[in-house]
Design a protein around this ligand. Sequence first.
Ligand code: NAG
Ligand code: NAG
Ligand code: NAG
Ligand code: NAG
Length: 265
Amino acid sequence: MHTAAAVFLACLPLALQALPFAASPESWSSRDIPTNNREARQAAHLAITYLNYRSGSPHQLLEVAEVKKATLKFVPEIGHKYYVEFTARVSQTMENIGFCTATIFFQEEKPRPAINVNCSSTKIQKQASDDDYNFYKLMKSQTVPITGENIPDSFGFIEPQLEPVWNLAKLGSSYVIWDKTTEGHEYNMQQIKSVKQVLRKDNLIAFDYDLFLYERPSEELVSCSIHVVWIPGKPPKVDYNCSEDSENGSGNKSDDGSAFLGNFK
Ligand SMILES: *[C@@H]1O[C@H](CO)[C@@H](O)[C@H](O)[C@H]1NC(C)=O
Ligand SMILES: *[C@@H]1O[C@H](CO)[C@@H](O)[C@H](O)[C@H]1NC(C)=O
Ligand SMILES: *[C@@H]1O[C@H](CO)[C@@H](O)[C@H](O)[C@H]1NC(C)=O
Ligand SMILES: *[C@@H]1O[C@H](CO)[C@@H](O)[C@H](O)[C@H]1NC(C)=O
């Protein structure tokens, strides 16, 4: 409890500190939640998704192995703050990378929760950083853009030479997922409909993806166009549009302001 409270105080946004004393942290209700419930798993999954985006290595994507502890704190008029402890592993090798703690703060129904996550080891392993660099060099040497469709295909198969292109899509969509997630809406990358490399003269590589995110609890597919620009060792630059209308995945909704989103400056 002490750790959670300390972490919580360290992350208080300014608006919160300005609250009158009546709403002192002690009076905010905090409770343990079962580690296997949806909210606990979503919080841990989101923390690791955010960590993947920040680490910037398509060949070392992490996933949650097991949630060990989860607490939920209600912050009046502001939102819900989750604290989770979990173990994580590298998706590609299933190798355990240790223990993580994270806070995920959802401010009412606003997307892009505030996330703070620490894992005992997040160093990019030698093999992954070599694979990142080799993929980058190969893409840089293309004179004809790489293209692909339906990755994975309907049998769940990914052609080996497109595997890094898929992994880079996961890296790019980890930004999109963090940026779109609200407490009530959770996303996973489902399938690349089509991808085309964008050749660049500078030292970056870029791809345009049309892909599907799977949304829960509605279980609908959200169609997104994502432009990913990347260089090894750096988080990707991501620009995206998603259509919330699930009309066969090709809707066109712009009233949610999603016409121009991304972390491009
Ligand atoms: C992560 O580590 C930083 C620096 O040590 C610390 O300030 C922060 O509270 C930690 N966050 C979590 C969720 O453990
Ligand atoms: C998003 O939509 C805008 C406006 O239609 C377009 O100019 C931009 O290229 C789109 N971005 C992506 C990644 O598709
Ligand atoms: C969606 O699919 C249904 C049936 O498959 C079709 O009738 C409808 O016109 C489609 N809507 C759009 C917007 O494509
Ligand atoms: C989306 O809708 C707007 C107006 O509602 C239209 O101008 C635009 O061309 C549409 N875009 C696509 C890709 O259908």
